[in-house]
Each structure stands twice: as C-alpha cells, then as structure tokens.
Design a binder for this molecule. Structure first.
Ligand code: DGJ
Length: 747
C-alpha cells in the first residue's frame, strides 16, 4: 500500500495489491481524475490520460485557448458554472449571490492510519499500518474557503474511503448548498446501475438497469435512509455477475437524506456522486467554522460481486462496527412483538420466556408497549417509564425475573419520537419538529422530536440511561417508525433551517455514542419500521439491524439476498415467526423459516407455547444447530450462489465458508414445487479444491449423510440437489414440497 505524489507531473497514485487510484492537478489547479481500477504499475506520469481536445460548443477556462474545458475533463470534485455543466459535487452560495467556486490545489499531506470524522460514523483503523490517508487541501481564493478532500486507502483490499471537509478561512459567511462526500468521473459508461429498492416490508430488492445518457439516481428526502432506497449502489460491467467481472460498489456511511447518482454525459463519461441529498440542505458556514461530510466507501473488484460484497462485509464487520459485540456471536433471542403485539402482561411474557428458555433461547426481548400510557400506538411515546399495571415491578423487576430464569433481557425504545398523548409532549410541545403557525403532519400517530436540540437529546439520554443503569438490560432495540415532515427547528434561526435534517442525524449519532459508551456491553439492534435505516451509519453504533418487518421466509429470501450485497450476515436481524405469516398470511414449514433466519442474527418472534410438542422439539434442534454453527454462519465468508432476482426466481441458494476453508454451510431454498422438474446441481464456491468434504444434510433431515466429495467436485461438477418432485418418489430421496429448503453442512 502506498500513496505516491510525483512533483513534476503533479499526479497522485494511491495503490495496493488490488487497486490503483490516480489523480492529477489540472492546468487550472483543479483536481482531475485519471484512473480507478485494477492495480497498474507505478509511473511518474499518467497525464496522457487527460484528453484535452478542443470540441465545438465547448467553453474553455483560459482566454484564447481551446484546451481546458471542465466539461470535457474527468474531475475529482466537480463544480458547476465555470465550463462544466454537469451536476456538481459542491455549490456554495456567497454573500454577493454568486454560486461559482474555483477550488485549486494548494498542498497535501499523507499520514498512516485514518483520522476520525468528528460526530460522524466512519470506518477506522486499529493500527496505523492498516491504511494510509491522503488529505488534499484546495482553496477557493475569492471566498477563502478551504476544501479538504480525504482519501483513505486500506491495505489488502480494494477499498477507498472518501469525504470532504470545508473550512471557512474567509471573512464572510457562506451557505453550502451541495457538499457531496464523493464525486468521480469514470471514462466510459459501459455499466449496469444496480440499486437496492423497495418499500416497508419489501426492502432492498435488487434492481439492475443499463446506464443511459442523462441522470439516474436514487435517494431519500425522508429524514432517514429509508425503506425505499438504500445508500448503496453498484456500477458493474454488463457481463459481470456474482462470480466474475468488474464492479464498483459505492456506499454512504450515513443514516439521513442521501443522493446516489450517475450522470452519463454526451461523450459517454460517467459522473458518480454520493452524499447528503441537496434537497433541503443549506449549511451556513461562518468565518472560522468547519463542515465535515459523511464518509463514502468505494470498493473495486474485477472478480465479481461476491468478491465486492466480501470486501464490504470484512470492512463493515471489522472496521465500521465497533465494541464488545463486534466479534462475538450474537445471542439467540425471542421477541414478543409478533407473539403478543401490545396485548400482554408480565405473566404472559414470562410464560413465553419460560418456554423459550426450555428451548435453549438466550435473550428475551420486550418490544413496544411497556411504558407510559401505551396500550396502542396512539399514546405514550416519550414517557420512558414502565407501566406498572402491566409490569408490577417495573423493568427492573421483569429483567431480574428473566435473569433468574437464566436468560438475558432486552428492551425496545423509540427514542426519537413522541405521541401528543404523552407527558413529554404535554410538558414540551415545542420539542417537536414543526413549522410555527402551520399544521404538522403525523405518522403512526406520532411526531418527531427535535434531535437537533441538545436539551432534547440530553433529556432522552437521561430517561434511557436511568433504565439501562438500574435494570439488567443486555440488549436494546432502537426503533424509528416514521419519516420526517415539516422539518423545522424552533431553536435555530431562519438562515439555519436548511441544517435541521443533518443536525437531527448528528443528534441521533450523539445519543447512540453516549449510550454505547456508557453501556458498552449492551447489544444495540437498530430498527426503523424494519429496514428503513439499515445503513452503514448505524452499523458503527449497532452491530446488527432489524432487516425488515416482513418475517415471511419466502419474502425474506429476496430481502436478505439483496441486503447481502453490502451488509455482513452478522448485521442481518432474522427471526422465525408464526405460520400463517402475519404479513403475507403464507404457511411455510418451520424448518424453512429457520433455514432462512439462520443466515442472520437468529431469533424467534412468536408465542412458542402455541406450537405443538413436536414443533417445540424442532425449535430445540434449531437452537442447538444455531449455537453449534453461528460463528461460521455469522462470521464466515458469504457467497451468493443462486439469485431469487434472476429467471423465475424459484430457487435461491447461498453459502458460508470458514476462513480456513475446512467447513461450509449451504442454504438451498425452493419456492414452488413442480412435477418432473429439471435435474438440479448447485456449484459451490470458496472451498479448498483438494479437500474432501463430508456432506451432511441438517435441518429436518437431521444429519443425513450425503457422501464425501472433493472441493473441486462440489465447485465444478456441483452438488446434486434434484429432489423427488422431479419424478416419482424414490426411497432415500429428498421429498420436495412448496416453500422447501435444505441446509447442508460440509466439513
Ligand atoms: C416496528 C418494528 O420494526 C417492529 O419490529 C416492532 O418493534 C414495532 N415497530 C413496534 O411498534
């Protein structure tokens, strides 16, 4: 890993064994983008990559010379209006009304390791030798604004983390209207754009389309990263798939409004932009003030999207997530939400917990409905005090009773919200986000607390810390159940209202930081009506997230498959729920529900007392299986094998392989059964070709011996998964059915 600056050619080459990233100072002092891709040789000069040919209708920077047009060169951090007409990375409104800026290279530093981004989540290093950081300092002479572009190159993997920092060293205030985390121009447009989109309970479905001329983008203006789109996109070559080919993944370590965009210009170059959504963003920068953008992470691979995902998984699991739980297998939990909703009392909860304990479950999570006047979703949010009619000895009491059973206790909060029917709102009606004199929209009968105000965050911190400090709470589920409307803070002046969305998220991060520091051994799970804030920003504080409110095993195949493109299995909250399923009313086998959920942070979300004795026995076996294999499932190398988004999507398959390649687990899922179906073989990945693996089928098959095969056989000839639905039922053959699944353990 190295960052080399060539003084003569004014070029920077960032490289490790996998990638090269090359930039050069343009003749006008701006930064030009020369190359990002597979590692190439280190040379003194790459300026031949700057193609400055005169073109008709171009606008040119230098008087009398038709060479440098910013529209026609590939840039690092594009500006609009001084010969570039593409969407810019930066827009600054100045005292005289101008929005033109001219950031020119001034100096740079290279340091080992990676600096922290104040107040923001970001990837990090534990040892200096893990990464090097280049900080380019640029200056806009007219305003005196300094722009620092930060690039961290990680050793070993094809990753670069980028962000931008603005420092007002001038004499007047300015307004940042666009301040993107990443902007880069790629030399061609032969890419597919891949986004992960959906809706509540249908998150992160993979959508692929060819890049076209003009702008294509996804984003959120809802105040959270959203169910609708994830702050993660991929540009892949049209022939690239999970197993081979070039791809670049772009992720934003942020939980609020975002924009991810690709613009193909008339000469077939592609500008990628990622950062805070400019809609509603207006950050006032007084002289002496600084603004730091969130971090963007880019991963390049020429070995397919599994390889790209594995790089994201390693980075996010080990150098974005933090704390006590980062490297620990996650407790198997039972959550009472789909078991009782808000219709519970302590006795009912303890009955569920007792059966859970008998099944080997380790953590009981009490979900929504335990506090204040909350008996349905119209009341109580904001009053974080136990309802003693339901829980006579409060949270301390029930937590102790669960501990006495030999389980851990977890608790649900929705810290950012308030119902009008609450003591908190009655006392502080001015603490919500609302525009004075206008009506304020509600969502799920609730309003959003103004987390841009320190006293609000302080108050919520105190209420939560009081419970976490007094009761034996080992886990917190942090929910967020509505988007933000009428985003206005009563505490900020008119010319700072464009800061509220971002200040709100900074308030959320501040509360997370304080709680996770004060209670370092508490496991935090993020949640926002399921997966509305399943983003890298929250992974920094909460190493796992509730992936979706849809707990149906079949629906979960697409959701978890899509999620896996960026996020590690150890972050994917997945539960076995009741059948028929509460979201889609589908009946699926108990085994399939567990076979899907075990590729995640496994748990149950149903009343186990309503299961038959045989089903409870099956649950015990599932829990034992998970305990035996969770290290491998949650921390192994994950490979997608067969996509539910391709073809008829009837078969999905994925697998994990241990670091030493001695063990692997394969999950195979079939939605609808068929008659006289084709023969089926599944080509496995990541195995040691020369190792002989004993293959056992677990789950319902309970350890059936499937024979021994070399890794090269399993990866090239494939594992036979044809079942009896292919023809007549044959003794010893797997009996197929609708919503079928199989788990194979290789070792
Ligand atoms: C939405 C979450 O995603 C659910 O799991 C549950 O916690 C409810 N909120 C409770 O209101």
């Amino acid at each position: 890993m190295s960052i080399v600056f060539n003084e003569k050619s004014q070029t920077f080459h960032l490289f490790n064994s996998k990638i090269s990233y090359i930039m050069g100072v343009l003749p006008n002092g701006h930064m030009g983008q020369l190359y990002f891709g597979k590692r190439i040789h280190q040379k003194e000069d790459y300026t031949y990559l700057l193609e400055m040919v005169p073109r008709s209708m171009g606008s040119y920077v230098f008087e009398g010379k038709r060479t440098l047009s910013l529209e026609h060169v590939k840039q690092e951090y594009g500006v609009y209006g001084s010969s570039d007409y593409r969407f810019p990375a930066v827009e600054i409104l100045q005292e005289n009304g101008s929005r033109i800026s001219d950031f020119c290279y001034k100096s740079h530093t290279v340091t080992d390791g990676k600096p922290k981004l104040p107040g923001l989540p970001a990837t990090y290093t534990e040892k200096d030798e893990e990464a090097q950081t280049l900080i380019l300092t640029l200056e806009d002479k007219v305003t005196g604004i300094e722009l620092q572009l930060l690039y961290t190159l990680f050793a070993g993997d094809g990753v670069i983390a980028r962000s931008a920092r603005f420092i007002n060293r001038g004499g007047s205030a300015v307004h940042l209207l666009k301040a993107m985390s990443l902007c880069m121009d790629l030399p061609d447009c032969e890419y597919d754009w891949v986004q992960f989109s959906g809706a509540w309970a249908r998150e992160r479905h993979m959508k692929v389309r060819r890049l076209e001329k003009g702008i294509q983008s996804v984003g959120s203006t809802r105040g959270h990263s959203s169910h609708e789109h994830n702050p993660f996109v991929i540009l892949k070559r049209p022939r690239t798939d999970d197993l081979q080919g070039e791809a670049i993944g772009f992720g934003l370590v942020y939980s609020g409004n975002f924009l991810a965009q690709a613009e193909v210009d008339t000469h077939d170059t592609t500008r990628v932009i990622l950062g805070i959504h400019p809609e509603s963003f207006d950050w006032k920068l007084e002289p002496g003030e600084e603004f730091q953008t969130p971090e963007a992470v880019m991963v390049y691979t020429d070995r397919g999207m599994n390889d790209m995902s594995q790089v994201f998984h390693r980075l996010y699991q080990k150098r974005l997530a933090r704390g006590y739980w980062r490297d620990r297998v996650r407790p198997i939990l039972i959550n009472n939400w789909e078991a009782t909703y808000m219709d519970f009392n302590e006795e009912k909860l303890l009955r569920i917990a007792e059966t859970a304990k008998e099944c080997g479950i380790e953590l009981f999570v009490l979900d929504d409905g335990w506090f204040g006047a909350r008996r349905d979703d119209t009341a109580g949010l904001g009053d974080w005090k136990a309802n003693t009619e339901l829980l006579p000895d409060g949270i301390t009491g029930i937590a102790q009773k669960i501990e006495d059973m030999g389980m851990k206790f977890g608790l649900w909060f929705e810290p950012e919200m308030v119902n009008k029917n609450s003591d908190l709102y009655r006392e502080h009606p001015d603490w919500i986000l609302a525009v004075p004199g206008r009506s304020h929209s509600q969502g799920r009968y609730q309003h959003v607390l103004d987390f841009s105000r320190k006293e609000v965050v302080d108050y919520i911190y105190e209420s939560m810390a009081e419970i976490l400090g007094n009761a034996k709470v080992s886990y917190v589920k942090w929910d967020m159940n509505r988007s933000i409307t009428e985003c206005y803070s009563g505490a900020l002046p008119a010319d700072r209202q464009g800061e509220v969305f971002h200040r709100y998220i900074l308030g959320v991060y501040d509360l997370y930081e304080r709680l996770t520091s004060a209670f370092p051994e508490v496991l935090f799970e993020s949640c926002a009506s399921g997966g509305a804030r399943f983003d890298p920003g929250l992974l920094y504080y909460a190493p796992q997230g509730w992936t979706s409110d849809d707990t149906d095993a079949v629906e979960r195949l697409k959701i978890q498959y899509g999620t896996s493109y960026c996020y590690p299995i150890s972050s994917i909250g997945a539960h076995v729920s009741a059948s028929p399923n509460h979201q889609v009313m589908r009946d699926t086998p108990l085994s399939t529900r567990a076979n899907v959920a075990c590729f995640g942070t496994f748990g149950y979300e149903l009343d186990l007392n309503r299961l038959s004795a045989e089903e409870q026995e099956e649950v015990k076996r599932q829990v034992e299986f998970m305990k035996r294999y969770r290290e491998l499932l949650q921390f192994g190398t994950f490979y997608r094998l067969k996509s539910p988004f391709e073809g008829d999507g009837n078969i999905t398959a994925w697998m994990v392989v241990s670091e030493d390649r001695k063990k692997a687990i394969v999950g195979w899922y079939k939605i609808l059964n068929g008659v006289n179906m084709p023969y089926m073989r599944l080509k496995l990945r990541g195995l040691d070709p020369d190792r002989e693996y004993a293959v056992r089928e677990e789950g319902e098959a309970q350890g059936k011996d499937c024979g021994s095969f070399y890794g090269d056989e399993l990866m090239n000839a494939g594992m036979v998964t044809t079942d009896t639905s292919a023809g007549d039922a044959m003794p010893g053959m797997h009996q197929g059915r609708d919503f079928d699944s199989r788990i194979f353990v290789l070792g």
